[in-house]
Design a protein around this ligand. Structure first.
Ligand code: MN
Length: 266
């Protein structure tokens, strides 16, 4: 049997509060000051949670993306999207849109008309995944899954539950097909939860906590709400709740080790 190497926390980044699009508030752990990316991840935004009053909600009007993928995961509220090719849809609570911008797309992302008019809660994530040079001009593609189409799994003690957007956990595989090997999982941990997730040693792994606090690795380093932990090398990550419920994203991807020419509009 090959020996197992535990991934331990190497660095912790605190998210910055930032205005995005036409003026919505995000918590942004990446990019961080002096850290433009954590290859292959270019951006991690937590949108909200925010309670909009009537007429207060704003979105991101028409803007372009090219050469990477945007992954939108909605927890509360709705995101209506419309693009230059005439595609239109609504991402509902618990749903995911994996958009491969590839050769280029212009789209808008806004709250639903109801939330714009009457107000309401909004909470979710948008993550940007870089594409290797050979795939930068690939044909744009959407994969959209509603909440009940996302594979889920729980530990036998019921203390850990995972929604699997990408990758594999507890013997369950994602339904989304990624162009590069990506792990994207939403873990809910109760106190006492203690789970191990096998990860390809070639992948860089990150843990972003967005509720409560978690203990990561055999060291049990505490990662708190709004913090992004960068993990060291190994082939397994251990996740535990601290003394309260914890909610976190587990992200992993193989670094491309290619130069990034970056230009962000607005
Ligand atoms: Mn966009």
């Amino acid at each position: 049997m090959p020996t197992t190497k535990m991934r331990e926390v190497e660095k912790i980044l605190s998210s910055q509060r930032q205005l995005e699009g036409a003026g919505f508030i995000v918590r942004r752990p990446l990019p961080a000051p002096g850290l433009p990316a954590l290859d292959p991840f270019l951006l991690i935004d937590e949108m909200g949670p925010v309670e909009y009053r009537p007429g207060e909600a704003v979105g991101a009007p028409d803007h372009p993306h090219r050469g990477f993928e945007t992954v939108t995961y909605v927890l509360e509220g709705e995101v209506v999207h419309e693009d230059s090719a005439g595609h239109r849809g609504t991402i509902k609570p618990g749903g995911v849109q994996w958009m491969t911008a590839g050769g280029g797309i212009i789209h808008s992302e806004t709250p639903s008309a109801g939330v714009m008019k009457e107000g309401g809660r909004a909470h979710g994530f948008q993550i940007w995944v870089n594409l290797p040079a050979r795939l930068k001009m690939t044909r744009p593609r959407y994969q959209e899954l509603e909440a009940d189409q996302l594979p889920t799994a729980s530990t036998s003690d019921g203390l850990a539950h995972v929604k699997i957007i990408a990758g594999e956990a507890l013997g369950t595989r994602a339904a989304i097909d990624t162009l590069t090997p990506i792990v994207y999982q939403d873990w809910s941990l109760r106190p006492g939860a203690d789970v191990e997730v096998a990860l390809d040693p070639a992948q860089r792994a990150l843990v972003y906590v967005f509720g409560g606090s978690a203990r990561v690795g055999n060291d049990g380093k505490s990662v708190k709400d709004g913090q992004l932990a960068v993990l060291g090398g190994g082939d397994v990550v251990r996740l535990r709740a601290a003394d309260e419920d914890a909610r976190l994203l587990l992200l992993a991807g193989v670094p491309l080790n290619e130069p990034v020419a970056r230009y962000q509009v607005g």
